[in-house]
Design a protein around this ligand. Structure first.
Ligand SMILES: [Zn+2]
Length: 212
């Protein structure tokens, strides 16, 4: 059984403490892309050089997309093979965190695509994917004693629980909480309402509470 969270310093944080997929893996190609785009902008309209520059931009785009897909497939296959039950937060929940940096991280990493892959691979191999689709303070809650912090700014990677003194890696702690929460959702069978309604309710309860 494993809980998975979208990491800040890594692509995915596992409840086992492992963190996989460094986002800077794609940073080099993104720099190249930005450079090619700047070059394209300077070329004269309708010129042959402009057409060439445009092709170059398209090629880099395609390469980045391919690499990302490839990486996600390898990772989702591995995780499905290694675990009987996987717990994740749904994209609806992730999108509620209206933070600019995190929003970029979510789109970079393609959390929605990753969860989609886990979903159909779990079906293929007879595994269970539990999606948590209501907001839950997974980062701010101490997995050891359940103490909930008032706030945890995004730049804080490590924190010490004021109640029990356990030192937490932000992302690993969140993944552990997602596992616990997911198992309790699975055990209770959820509340049976459609996911959309539950997500809306979560938006309402999360208002004014952006740093999960
Ligand atoms: Zn604690």
């Amino acid at each position: 059984m494993v809980g998975l969270d979208l990491g800040i310093k890594s692509m995915v944080a596992l409840s086992t403490g492992e963190q996989v997929g460094n986002p800077t893996y794609f940073a080099r190609d993104e720099k190249k892309l930005a450079k090619a785009q700047r070059r394209l902008a300077k070329k004269k309209r309708g010129s042959k050089n402009r057409a060439k520059a445009r092709l170059k931009v398209a090629k880099i785009h395609a390469r980045i997309a391919d690499q990302r897909r490839d990486y996600q497939h390898k990772l989702s296959t591995r995780i499905v093979h290694e675990n009987q039950v996987m717990c994740v937060e749904s994209l609806a929940v992730k999108n509620m965190v209206k933070n600019h940096c995190l929003a970029k991280a979510i789109s970079d990493v393609g959390w929605g695509e990753f969860v989609r892959q886990l979903d159909y691979k779990a079906r293929w191999y007879g595994r269970t994917l539990v999606k948590i689709d209501r907001w839950y303070p997974s980062s701010k809650t101490c997995h050891a004693c359940k103490h909930v912090l008032d706030a945890l700014p995004l730049d804080i990677r490590e924190w010490v629980c004021p109640a029990c003194g356990v030192v937490h890696d932000r992302d690993t702690n969140a993944a552990k909480n997602i596992l616990t929460e997911g198992l309790s959702v699975a055990a209770c069978g959820g509340n049976g309402r459609p996911a959309v309604a539950r997500a809306r309710q979560a938006v309402a309860s999360e208002a004014g509470n952006a740093s999960s």
